[in-house]
Write a protein that binds this ligand. Structure first.
Ligand SMILES: Nc1ncnc2c1ncn2[C@@H]1O[C@H](COP(=O)(O)OP(=O)(O)O)[C@@H](O)[C@H]1O
Ligand SMILES: [Mg+2]
Length: 376
């Protein structure tokens, strides 16, 4: 038995996770992230452990988990946590009946706060934002993909993207360009050497796309924004928002992702690279008309409206989310994607802020229960 967990008197946080399959362990990367969070909570008297679904003992309300004592990983049978942080990283696993039931049980347990209760899906997110008059202008024109919407979106826009509703890291994204005279060309984000396939007519384009089975209601079609470029390469912003020690949403940090040459997605696995917001963004300041339109202001507005709106409309608890934000030729920021399970940020200063905000939020959630231990 790991003693510290057993006799611990402050808040207890359990991170639920899995590997690629329910019974496999997570990767080294995620373990490193957990270790950072565990050590960040320790000086504040927070005991944090991570666990797999199979480690839960509902009857005795204990969990077999893993924690780090500052020197090494230890395992133990730990008390049920006050807070469960959902870090299941695979949609298919989170969507399984077994895991859904586990998450529901935690959610219904009045002694437990569950947060980041599930993955978001691109179409539900779009509908929430576009149905609200204060926020509709923050997202590109988007429809569920059908042969009909393909037709009229290509009338409205010269370039569109087809995006799987559940994708990540650019997988499955297709870009279509319309040329004068009813010709089209398309390309796929995951192709390492960018190439374009031509289609001489709309019908021919549809036939090509049918091969990729995109007309099954699992794809969106979205206006492709002419993203700002740095050295000829498009870039976008990866921003993270979190609840802080007062339960209020704040901007954790923001980084820039620059696409590889001739690529139309910016992810690092797709040839993208990382740059700092403070280095790149000032180069584009003259795109924004005045102070009220400044990039910092726009980010602030996004953070003020969007996370709360999502939580309320979708009826979920979030405390961490990331947004991919693009900048159009007029300096306007547009939200391209929102993720409730953000990957580990590569920027150390953002990661550090992330842990500090999380720990403060844990203290906020458990403030009443552990008041007596405040001085420890
Ligand atoms: N509407 C758009 N216009 C231009 N580029 C876009 C648009 N939407 C996404 N992108 C580019 O494609 C990338 C991937 O899109 P995203 O919606 O974030 O899907 P994923 O889930 O694969 O990350 C973005 O990071 C951005 O570089
Ligand atoms: Mg994305």
């Amino acid at each position: 038995m790991h003693k510290w967990g057993q006799h611990h008197t402050g808040p207890i946080v359990g991170i639920i996770t899995t590997g690629k399959s329910k019974n496999r362990s997570g990767s080294g990367n995620i373990e490193r992230l957990f270790k950072e969070l565990i050590s960040c909570g320790r000086p504040k008297n927070i005991f944090t452990y991570y666990f797999y679904p199979r480690g839960i003992n509902w009857k005795h309300r204990v969990i077999k988990g893993y924690s780090h004592d500052g020197r090494k990983w230890c395992s133990g049978i730990y008390p049920f946590p006050d807070i469960v942080y959902n870090r299941i990283l695979y949609r298919n696993i989170e969507g399984s009946t077994e895991i859904k039931n586990i998450l529901k049980k935690f959610q219904q347990d009045k002694d437990i706060h569950l947060f980041n209760s599930r993955f978001l899906e691109k179409w539900e997110v779009h509908k929430v934002i576009s149905n609200n008059k204060d926020t509709a202008h923050l997202v590109p024109d988007t429809e569920l993909l059908t042969r009909e919407t393909l037709g009229y979106m290509l009338k409205r826009h010269q370039e569109v993207l087809l995006k799987p509703r559940h994708s990540s890291r650019g997988q499955g994204i297709i870009k279509i360009i319309k040329f004068p005279g009813g010709h089209y060309a398309f390309s796929r984000a995951e192709w390492k050497t960018p190439r374009w396939i031509k289609a001489a007519s709309f019908n021919s384009l549809v036939r090509h796309l049918e091969v990729s089975r995109v007309f099954n209601k699992n794809y969106l079609i979205q206006e492709c924004i002419e993203l700002t470029r740095h050295n000829g390469r498009i870039f976008d912003l990866r921003s993270q928002f979190q609840k802080n020690g007062e339960g209020k949403w704040v901007l954790t940090g923001v980084g820039v992702r620059i696409a590889g040459k001739n690529r139309f997605v910016t992810h690092i696995p797709n040839g993208g690279s990382l740059a700092s917001y403070d280095d790149i963004i000032p180069l584009f300041n003259d795109l924004t008309a005045d102070e009220s339109q400044s990039f910092d202001r726009q980010l602030k507005t996004i953070g003020l409206f969007i996370p709360k709106l999502l939580e309320e409309s979708l009826q979920i608890n979030l405390a961490v989310l990331s947004m991919d934000i693009g900048i159009d030729p007029r300096g306007k920021m547009l939200i391209l994607e929102i993720n409730s399970k953000p990957a580990r940020f590569d920027e150390p200063h953002i990661r550090q802020r992330h842990h500090i905000n999380l720990v403060d939020y844990f203290l906020y959630l458990t403030g009443k229960k552990y008041k007596r231990n405040d001085k420890q």
